[in-house]
Design a protein around this ligand. Sequence first.
Ligand code: PMT
Length: 408
Amino acid sequence: MMRDKTVLLGVTGSIAAYKAVDLASKLTQAGAKVDVVMTDSAKEFVTPLSFSSITHCRTVTNMFDTPDEWEIEHVALAERADVVIIAPATANVIAKLASGIADDMLTCCVLATRAPVILAPAMNVNMWENRVTQENLAKLRARGFKIVEPGTGSLACGAQGKGRLADIEDILTAISQALRAKADLAGRRVVVSAGGTQEPIDPVRYVGNRSSGKMGFAMAEAARDRGAEVTLITGPTTLGDPAGMRVVRVQTALEMRDAVKQAAQKADILIMAAAPADFRPATVARSKIKKESTRGLTLKLVPNPDIISEVKGDIVKVGFAAESEDLVKNATAKLKRKSLHLIVANNITEAHSGFGTDTNKVTLIDSQGKVEALPLLPKSEVAQKVLDKVVSLLNASRKNPDKPRRRK
Ligand code: PMT
């Protein structure tokens, strides 16, 4: 995987910089060419020579070093990188990257590269938990940066908490994943729905559910990273717009239906990870219902349309099923009832799975009845597995014209 790949390793000023020497060593042993770029503060902790001795390449430390060849060095480094990893990444470099500041060699390289960028933060727990650091990370995540979360334990500053550089093995896994990233959805148009819907009762109250949007956003980001042109249609969520896709925000299931049906007209794949409300109040009060004016409130609910069933045509349809019992049986019945090519069955009673979590445990069931149970995985990895299956369905359709075809 690493052989013949170029990894740009950025090292910033944290005591964990010494661990980056081990990372450079493991990458080099795995066959990667490692370009190391150090900030001035990093040099206070470890010397450029430590890296050069391992990578057998010049360690770049100064924006104005004379390059070996006649090329603009930060552009050359940025362009030849297959992946950029900053380990350790301090709160300071995270803040600079979030603001687009490019005042040294490393930040210039990140701004100039088109390669995936991974950050492995390391810092004091209070700096990590500080709202501004978290907001900066959220901005970077939304722009497609991958974050390898720090570990928890004793920190060099004496404090206890989150902030230790992640294990080198975890960082290597993130690098391998980024290098493996496929472009097998290039040229495909993918519509993804995410989040729950809110069905108004009156101007302040609504009927809703606990969907956070995380699963749908992970699906949309994974499809984007695999080269698809993505439209993400989402109900209300606290998540910010991911970069590199069209985002349509809706409130109700009826609005979601309109947006999905319109976007699906030109799409190759529809992935409904959203949890649209099955029912809505039959009437919506124009003004806030006064609790004094009623001894209780009885709501009459009417069914919402089933959005995915209404989408017809030459399109691969992937549904999610939130189930609390008889997972495979109930999900298979939904797959058939809604004429889907694939259903991702969620047992929402499992720990760390389903609504609001960062992980999910799902079973993939296709229209041929093939069942694949996956272990508990981060939602980003569930998304990759779902897309692997979608790609195999699309490839199978080339051989079998009865199956969904690529849209012209
Ligand atoms: O958002 P998170 O917090 O990350 O949580 C993720 C999730 C649990 C919401 C997600 O993984 C999930 O299971 N989504 C589907 C939830 C759901 O509505 O399940 P369902 O079994 O009621 O619906 C089956 C399928 O029909 C779904 O693809 C759903 O989007 C679709 N549907 C449902 C109702 C409706 N009116 N129209 C639809 O198209």
